[in-house]
Design a protein around this ligand. Structure first.
Ligand code: HEM
Length: 233
């Protein structure tokens, strides 16, 4: 991108520098990390039963007269698009120039670091499937489910959705790769933001691995409870 022929020179300058794109990956990654924690907290309300979970789903859909959910969707879409575009651009540039970026950190050498692109692609495929499954209700009847108050029965949707074992198996596989992606990605985010030094490296590693494990256990607890402990059935 030519910064002089650009309508937003600052944006073009940030995008042109590899540090700028790394910052974009880190900051959009932070948005997605925070979304995951919030989404997990909301999902765990499923264990409180149908009414609390449907109350929560209704609150989300009506927050700010419905504008809240659309604001969050647009923000998430922008974060995902920028995260992918900046990563693809950095990877292509590094491959072409064979710079030291790929080997610049010792955390990059881990298995999670090496498979970042594959775990990322699987998570993207999972999110597309997940939206078709629970948001657009493509190929299922979940959109017509109603609870006793006449609201959308999101609780029954989750129980029925995960009662199909191979759907649960795909979710668990995707969340395992999400855990791998986070265990490397959160550490890399600290590094880019200048928060990882030799001294703080063990703490940063513990935080990224701990967060990834927490997210993994939290998300898989729902399909595991339904398939192995008969929860909701
Ligand atoms: C046990 C695991 C999960 C459950 C039970 C679950 C459940 C749900 C439910 C009920 C919705 C709302 C559908 C609606 O009413 O519109 C939703 C939306 C969504 N979920 Fe999940 N989810 C899980 C895991 C994940 C993961 C791991 C991610 C990301 C990697 C994710 C990303 C999203 C996104 C982006 C939306 C769209 C929000 C919207 O625009 O409606 N979910 N999920």
């Amino acid at each position: 991108m030519n910064a002089s022929a650009c309508s937003f020179p600052i944006v073009c300058r940030v995008w042109k520098s590899s540090i700028g794109r790394k910052l974009i990956v880190a900051l959009t990654g932070l948005v997605l990390v925070l979304f995951l924690a919030g989404h997990l907290a909301g999902n765990l309300v499923v264990f409180l039963g149908p009414k609390p979970f449907n109350d929560y789903a209704e609150f989300l859909h009506h927050f700010l007269h419905g504008a809240g959910v659309w604001g969050a969707r647009l923000g998430l879409l922008a974060a995902v698009a920028l995260h992918i575009a900046a990563t693809v651009s950095l990877t292509a540039e590094n491959k072409a120039a064979r710079t030291a970026y790929a080997k610049e950190t010792n955390i990059q050498a881990s298995t999670s670091g090496r498979i970042m692109i594959w775990s990322g692609i699987t998570i993207l495929a999972f999110v597309i499937y997940h939206l078709m499954h629970f948001t657009l209700h493509l190929g299922n009847a979940y959109g017509g489910y109603q609870d006793e108050l006449g609201r959308h029965d999101a609780w029954k949707m989750v129980i029925d959705g995960f009662s199909v074992w191979y759907v649960s198996a795909f979710y668990i596989l995707a969340m395992t790769l999400l855990c791998s992606h986070l265990s490397h990605g959160v550490g890399a985010m600290f590094q880019t933001l200048g928060l990882r030094s030799k001294k703080s490296a063990p703490l940063v590693t513990a935080i990224s691995k701990g967060y990834a494990l927490f997210i993994w256990l939290g998300f898989i607890s729902i399909p595991v409870a339904i398939n192995f402990f008969g929860f909701g059935r």
